[in-house]
Design a protein around this ligand. Structure first.
Ligand code: HAM
Length: 436
């Protein structure tokens, strides 16, 4: 059997590749208006970055990371050697840790400097069980803002994401924005302890995984899909009742700014997200029914992450959205991917002796910025017309021996089926008048 793409990965064939490019261009335009500029960080980072940044007890780090290893190092490992920390590499499961690492490494937010606003797009890797909307290699578009803890950053980020979704065509009614606050290092430890104690009281009703989570990461139990666990966790203590004064004030301001901007949202005190770096604001945009893979995007504030990866205290906020999930949502709404193919002019020859003239004409058209094509397989005139049709050519120039001898060509409008004789030197100008 012919070799297939690895499980959980997907080819973006030309129509979709063109759609991805436009999707990213829209992100650049929408996020650019808020001052976000691009950054690209490596697809592979030291494993340690993700362990410290995202958290050792998260599913993403403990189960889903792809380790990148050279043949030489694999041999060493198999021989029982342990690799130095620097040599332990992983494919990035998300973009935030790498961007924060780059900000710290290159000192992009010197003390007293205004916040830096960065955006990125590209593949992420998680060794998850593949299913609809869940892949092992998937594409994210994300932003990170470092150097400001003001709630205006959180609110404008959330508004910007909703604007983006609307710009790419996801209907407002097809999206739910959920917000919550995770508190800070002052209020969260007591809250985590309260949840743990509550889980202990109900441990009989919890699944094995959640019983394990009690010790390592009790808040993750809010995300458990097991019905018994969900019923128990629905009555667990709510973080929003336990926030310290500063966190409550911050959360209140974020909501007030969203209200002022007429952005509808729902508060969800059980929204905890799957990555450990969050402090204060967290949010998620969901679509469709209650399927597991219904998050189009999400993010929040991470005021301790820069320190976690060795930098000075630098507050941060960001989000990422899943490109493939957006395409699924658009397709569920009935969108078909537009064709990437365009052809402004197809030059057809009545006989082979005219191919050099056709070649020149095609070249002139391309140099003037038109998409031009000719036959490369010595087809009959009839087949050349079929090909022009297939390519969706707007105009076909037919080169016959008599016309060519006079320095002319018959230019056919494929939509109206009208024809006109045009001098060879005039074809490009004529295309400009007709198509631009
Ligand atoms: P996340 O929620 O893990 O957050 O991922 C963001 C989005 O990526 C999800 O909402 C989903 O649309 C998409 N996604 C995640 N996993 C998969 C998968 N296996 N297959 C397809 N799509 C997937 C983050 O990654 C954070 N770095 C967001 C952030 C940025 N927080 C602060 N700054």
């Amino acid at each position: 059997m012919a070799i297939q793409a690895p499980e959980g990965t997907r080819d973006l064939l030309p129509d979709e590749a063109a759609f991805w490019d436009r999707f990213c261009a829209t992100a650049t335009e929408v996020f650019g208006a808020y001052g976000y500029v691009p950054i690209y960080t490596p697809l592979v980072e030291q494993t340690e970055l993700f362990v410290r940044g995202i958290g050792e007890a998260t599913d993403v780090v403990s189960k889903e990371m792809f380790t990148a290893i050279s043949g030489e190092n694999l041999k060493r490992l198999l021989e029982g050697e342990t690799l130095k920390a620097k040599k332990r590499l992983s494919l990035r499961p998300e973009g935030t840790a790498g961007v924060v690492r780059a900000v710290v490494q290159h000192d992009l937010v010197p003390q007293g400097a205004p916040p830096v606003k960065l955006m990125y797009a590209g593949p992420m890797f998680r060794a998850e069980r593949p299913q609809r909307g869940r892949q092992r290699q998937f594409n994210q578009v994300g932003i990170e803002c470092l150097g400001a803890e003001d709630p205006t950053i959180d609110a404008e980020g959330i508004i910007m994401l909703m604007r983006f979704f609307e710009r790419v065509g996801i209907e407002r009614d097809n999206m739910r924005l959920l917000v919550n606050s995770m508190g800070c290092e002052q209020c969260r430890p007591a809250y985590r302890e309260a949840v743990r104690a509550y889980m202990e009281q109900h441990s009989e009703q919890l699944c094995d995984t959640c019983r394990e989570r009690m010790a390592t990461n009790p808040l993750r139990a809010f995300d458990c899909k097991n019905e018994g666990c969900a019923a128990v966790m629905a009555n667990a203590p709510k973080i929003t009742d336990e926030l310290c004064e500063d966190c409550a004030e911050h959360y209140g301001q974020v909501r007030a700014l969203l209200d002022g901007a007429d952005v509808p949202y729902m508060e969800d005190p059980t929204l905890v997200r799957g990555l450990d770096y969050y402090t204060r604001t967290v949010f998620e945009v969901q679509t469709g029914d209650d399927r597991a893979q219904n998050a189009l995007g999400g993010g929040g504030r991470y005021d301790k992450l820069a320190e976690e990866v060795g930098g000075r205290p630098t507050p941060g906020f960001g989000f990422a959205l899943g490109y493939e999930r957006c395409v699924l949502a658009l397709q569920d709404q009935g969108m078909e991917l537009p064709s990437a193919q365009r052809c402004d002019l197809f030059v057809a020859c009545v006989d082979d002796s005219l191919r050099a003239v056709a070649f020149q004409l095609v070249q002139q058209g391309r140099d003037a910025g038109f998409v031009c094509e000719m036959d490369h397989q010595h087809r009959s005139l009839k087949s050349q017309f079929k090909l022009a049709d297939k390519l969706g050519a707007a105009r076909v120039a037919v080169l016959g021996p008599d016309e060519a001898a006079r320095g002319e060509v018959t230019l056919r409008d494929m939509a109206t089926h009208t024809e006109a004789l045009v001098s060879l030197g005039e074809v490009v100008d004529e295309l400009g008048r007709a198509l631009l």
